[in-house]
Design a protein around this ligand. Sequence first.
Ligand code: DC
Length: 224
Amino acid sequence: MPHINIAIDGPAGAGKSTVAKEVARQLGLLYVDTGAMYRGVAWLALNYGVSPEDEEALVQLLEKHPLCFERNGQGGLDIYHNNICINAELRRPDVSSLVSQLSVYPKVRAILTRWQQEFARNHSVVMDGRDVGTVVLPHADVKVYLTASLEERTRRRAEEFQAKGFDVSVDELRRSIEERDHRDSSRSVAPLKPADDAHCIDSTGKPVQQVVEEILALVERICR
Ligand code: DC
């Protein structure tokens, strides 16, 4: 297959990562989870006690303690800090609560956007996030905007947390997702919104494989 970039954006819990991973696997492309990079910044801030309100300190933190990425056996990227894989840490509830606060900062976004664009230049990718089709890869070959109802997204996230052994209240989770949606879509820099040329897919009530097939059909139609 020629060099190809697929962008999948949407709100928390829409099923982006599950679907993007599977599309990447079936097409043999690299899966890049941009949310994990923002989570990496939140994890660093918590780990080093840097205030989430201090943009400059966060930029310095990223320069002093860079995150490293390595392709893993599942076609995605593992994130390392000081030679330790921190993937599992990035899903912690305290990281999830902090991350959208940090992702409003233009200087933080500029650094992460550069990393993401470099991956897309050097590899054919399926990249998921909030601003991939609008800002990171405005010329992506295929753009998908994936949504699902708030109820369904809350249920999926609750199941994810429970499977990892985190004890969460569903009402609290719904509130935190709503808050995160609001922050992600109302920020002035790179807000969450569909690109003008994105294909919108509502995954409410749809099995993963059905969404994957819809995207593969789009890829086939557009990139053939
Ligand atoms: O997809 P996720 O839940 O892991 O993303 C975590 C947070 O990172 C999300 O609330 C907003 C931020 N984010 C972003 O601002 N831009 C992206 N491209 C990806 C994630």
